[in-house]
Design a protein. Sequence first.
Length: 527
Amino acid sequence: MGQTLPKPVLSTVLERSSCKDFRIGLAEMNGFRGSMEDAHIAYTSDGWGYFGVLDGHGGAACSAWCAQRLREKLTQGGCPVDDAAAKKLILEVDAEFLETKQGSGSTAAMCIVRAPVAPGGKHKLHVINAGDSRVILSAADGSIIDGGGTDQGLSNDHKPDVPSERERIYRCGGTVEDGGMGGCARVNGNLAVSRGFGDADCKLTGGPRQEDRPVTCDPEQGHFECDATDFLLIVCDGVSEGDFPNPQVCQLAAEVLQETNGDAAAACEAICHRAVETNSRDNISAMIVLMGNPSGEVGHNRQFNPGQVATCDDSGYNDAYVAMCERAGLGLADAVEMRYELLNGRRGTPSAADDDEEELDKIGDPAGTEGSDERRQFFEDWAAEKEAGGGGGGGGGPGGMDPMAALQAMAAGGGGPGGAPGGQAQMMQMLMGMMQQQGGGGMPPGMMGGGMPQPEDGRRVRVADLASLQASVAQHPALEWDERMATLASAEGIVKTDDPSDGTTHVRFPPPVSIAAWLPTDALNDF
């Protein structure tokens, strides 16, 4: 399953979308995995939507690339009209990804939902599945609507030890090795799932058709109907890998939907947390599609809910935490400030957790008043120390190291105390500030020249106007428009770093905006 962390990263990224025909909620959580490898697609048009969760393995490249390519093809070609068209779409995306020669793979649980033509009619569901993520249908009261698939779902898990899958794998020149001792069966002794995008090493034998490979992306398809009061769930296998069966997933979702007046993203977040509580050790993604949109409101928003930020000094945990922040378009400083306000706000209330005070102590007492530059700088410094390998908060150098010793260690070519790569520029600024405060004189020998870590860029830039920014983001293959980007139009910010490889720039915006975001470099003007 890959590297796991000593404790789960419980931060969640929530997305809420609504259009004329649907209301969609999504939640993603890193959990115990070393990195987040899931992706998703929620593409809607007039009268139909294409929804899916892609669960990556061996890296995040495949899931992210295929999700984006599916969106592009749906934009170009519209909704697949039948099984043959849906299969053609999936196999084309898989073939195109394999041509990129990138590693990794991804399962994909997907469903086309067609709204009824006449009022009161049934919604038509077209399930398209390759792998072991799941499509599930629930009634409004939380009772699962049995689709005849795995654990009463609408889809079947594609595992190597399923007799029909095993027979196909051997016919195509592959092997299935049984796990033994509680392990799981694996294709060619490696892969624990038998269908999905990518996984080029498991597609070398058999053929000539794509369907005739040990691992294939040939999707299994099914057709169902549902009422307007029913709701659709699409979840990665991280939801079900512990002790959280499909009927209980439906029940929990229905309870939260009732409590929150139909907040599908909140219900998905509850599913993620319950999956961890029931022993999932994987990334976790959940999507809920509600039929219809009585309010008529249309829009999209993203929300970040920070998990514990100061209670684990493991470098892998810190890296995964920062990656989840970036997934929401935020920096670590943004997250720790949000976390501090959350913990401080629930002091003395029934919602306070036992370890809140310990975490607050590790964050420390922020300087300045809420919203001030001084307070923002406190959290920027805290985050810089954390990203450079220190524990955050407190006095002295990162991790208790003397500031001069830390600078000398960095000059020797290390990635900062603790060996964590990156964050050197912020680390340099913070350490030099501490040296000045402590009366330190000058730089240690050897710090000037090639061994000196470079500070953050520091250029001041102005973002293009709203129309130009939207156009630039729309044309960029690695970026998606987020409503919060509208607040950055014509705003002034400070460049943290440029990434020439994909034409993006990381910009920090001071208060009152108080956000860090990756933007297209061509949408920024120096001044």
